[in-house]
Design a protein. Structure first.
Length: 155
């Protein structure tokens, strides 16, 4: 995946609500996956998307201490609701937050996502959007996160 230009990211070991865990449990959730991926691939992951989008300052701070940038989406495809291919495409392309820098949430285990991706990507490209790895999209310093999980560049 990395050779194809994709980022590898951490999503936790057990898919728990991270804000409900102790700081030590948060660290364990991150580092158990980190260690496994590093041993299998040699790759040091540095992107973390909390399960359910559940985060607070403690989650962000523990992730940062573990060498991770916490990532949040702003466009939910709702693919996990299994409404069908057309629903995924319509939900994303007509989403009120869709714009430059958007991060679109899709799930690898959802029933219709794989079938929707080619059309979704082609539609967005036809609308002028380009796709980049998240590591090229995010600020890595000089930012803060607002209540929606968006990075805001510091002045």
């Amino acid at each position: 995946m990395t050779q194809a230009g994709h980022d590898l990211g951490n999503h936790s070991e057990n898919h728990k609500n991270m804000s409900q865990l102790s700081d030590e449990e948060k660290k364990e959730e991150l580092m158990m996956v980190h260690t496994k991926v590093q041993e299998l691939t040699g790759y040091d992951m540095f992107l973390f998307r909390p399960p359910y989008g559940d985060y607070d300052n403690a989650v962000v701070n523990v992730a940062k201490d573990c060498g991770y940038y916490t990532i949040q989406w702003d466009v939910d495809s709702l693919d996990w609701k299994d409404y069908g291919v057309d629903s995924i495409i319509k939900t994303v392309t007509q989403h009120k937050h869709l714009g430059n820098g958007s991060i679109i949430l899709c799930h690898n285990g959802a029933k219709y996502t794989a079938q929707a991706l080619d059309t979704l990507i082609a539609t967005l490209k036809n609308e002028g959007y380009t796709f980049v790895p998240i590591s090229e999209l995010i600020y890595k310093d000089g930012y803060h996160m607002n209540h929606e999980g968006r990075q805001i560049k510091n002045n």
